[in-house]
Ligand binder design. Sequence first.
Ligand SMILES: [Zn+2]
Length: 245
Amino acid sequence: MPEGDSLHRAALRLRPLVGRRVSANSPHPRGLATGVAAAVDGRVLESVEAVGKHLLLRFEGGVTVWSHLRLSGRWRVGPAGSTGAGRPWLVLRAGGLEATQWSGPVLALDERPVRRLGPDLLAEATEPALLVARLRRAEPGRPLGEVLQDQRFVAGIGNRWMSEALWAVRVSPWLLVGEASDEQLLEALGWARDAMRAAVVGARPQRAVYRRARRPCRRCGTPIVSRGQGADNRTAYWCPRCQGP
Ligand SMILES: [Zn+2]
């Protein structure tokens, strides 16, 4: 699933359309059924904001479009007329550019779900120290790996960056959040934020543990292990030796 850095990259690609009056249409019937194209056609796009794994496009007149890509959705931006075969859910055209949204699966005139999210990890205004206090609101008996992906506390981290961050700071995703020190939480959040910010501008860091089950740990050679975690059964990856059991 795309994590916060992917959504920030999508927001950057869409930014050249900001301040322009867009023409909109929905070639895909499911996109058409959302009513989004009709609501934004002819309006000025005022801002594009990534919040965690969500994208908010604000248009003049107080119209806001909420986009969540889940596993299958994506945004593309290119010169007008560059969209080839296929039927995107939404096409926005302005200033010689064409932004297309493919496969939804969430595209709506509704920003309420985004209001329930915690602060976006990658936002300039978000201080990792304040996020530590938010993580302390979680039930102390929940594993840290699961809590870091709970978007109500911190928005943007999924199982890839959770796994990579906890490996980097040598903390097990199974450590109970109530037993993690403030320093461990701060270190993990800080590492994730730095790595995800670098990824927004194109850095492609070598994966240490994510999708590397049974392959040797890059630090100690112990085979990486993986297991589903939390109600959503998102796979955690970790080194049982340098991150503890
Ligand atoms: Zn190791």
